[in-house]
Design a protein around this ligand. Sequence first.
Ligand SMILES: *[C@@H]1O[C@H](CO)[C@@H](O)[C@H](O)[C@H]1NC(C)=O
Ligand SMILES: *[C@@H]1O[C@H](CO)[C@@H](O)[C@H](O)[C@H]1NC(C)=O
Length: 462
Amino acid sequence: MAFPILLLHLTFFTFNVFSSHSHSHADRIISLPGQPHNIAFQQFSGYITVDNKNHKSLFYYFAESETDPSSKPLVLWLNGGPGCSSLGVGAFSENGPFRPNGEFLVKNEHSWNKEANMLYLETPIGVGFSYAKGSSAYTTTVNDEETARDNLVFLERWFDKFPQYRNRDLFLTGESYAGHYVPQLAKLMIERNKRNNVFNLKGIALGNPVLEYATDFNSRAEFFWSHGLISDSTYNMFTRVCNYSRYVSEYNRDSVSSVCSNVMGLVSKETSRFVDKYDVTLDVCISSVLSQSKVISPQPQQANEMVDVCVDDKVTNYLNRRDVQEALHAKLVGVRKWDVCSNVLDYDVLNLEVPTLPILGSLIRAGIKILIYSGDQDSVIPLTGSRTLVQKLARQIGLNTTVPYRVWFERQQVGGWTQVYGNILSFATVRGAAHEAPFSQPERSLVLFKSFLEGTPLPEVF
Ligand SMILES: *[C@@H]1O[C@H](CO)[C@@H](O)[C@H](O)[C@H]1NC(C)=O
Ligand SMILES: *[C@@H]1O[C@H](CO)[C@@H](O)[C@H](O)[C@H]1NC(C)=O
């Protein structure tokens, strides 16, 4: 019964490939195992070598727009970590066209490729299917600078494979530690463009990003406290005795003081590991929390029907299937399996402390529009820290408020709040959303994404 459908499928793809994609033939995905049958957009994936000498190759997945790809912008999406996969987290759990569920891929009705041609990059090397060859491949420490350089080379060479996208409006987007990756890459692009115009960069959007780690991390205490995750006395300790930025800074230098150790012990005990810090209102995936250590557990709860809190496990199973890897043209080099976040990457954790807010300032001066958005249930990079930083940036570079703080709508409900400065710098929350906003609020996130790309105000009424 499946045979004629498959045939139809192949015919369709063949037609499209010769009409517009003769250069990228080798990377075309014929069909992902378990994908729905009526898929009318093209998918590509494969490797771009970014360093011939050290055999460094970055893996990408590219989903063309569902409609009219030749007139839609090109959007790069990067997840953070550092070391987490834009393929597994971004594409298959957040804003990509499909989400795995057992043997099958389920269509995401709010995929960002409804509005754009979406390019997902696993970066740096050692993340997901991206690799380096040779004995010293994963033993040297990778930092922000090297990552940005490799990402730049990736894009330059990716355009050689997809020349029809070279002059397309380009947007960089990402989340969390991509608050480092994206501005740093954008900065290199602007510099590169001074020699000759290579990148048609229009804007960047960052979700729950790390922009200035002390402000970002220290907003955690108040978030925990105001959501009832810690007691009054622990809140006092977490702000006055040892705040979170101090703890992380000590931790990353292998020198955690006994005061900080005590305070963090209290915080961890009260917040409990059965709460998802990336969305304090979501249930946790019991099987994966328990697999992290063997402790007696409470009874498993019924997961929220709308949000699949076990998506990570499903993605990991799916991307480790041999047939899936073959369909993706992916291989595992120097690692045993594909992981959501890398086990082999040695990243310079002190780069966390490098502020990227000043880079955002220079991008605005270069005319690049910026959106900082926050899933408002995230305690890891809470909205209050991001909002403070956007305000600070606006003040520093002399941008006045052009849209005062107000609600925005998605259908008949409030999608979140927004404020705009100088018609170029925007802040928006996504109501009820996680650190991975498009994962738990896909519909609201898509409205936000569309308005960002089109440069139109978020809906003010319904
Ligand atoms: C966090 O702690 C450090 C070290 O004690 C201190 O310098 C800093 O001002 C504190 N930050 C906040 C926001 O309390
Ligand atoms: C911002 O507002 C201040 C006070 O109203 C005004 O003096 C200034 O010219 C404005 N700046 C811009 C860039 O519009």
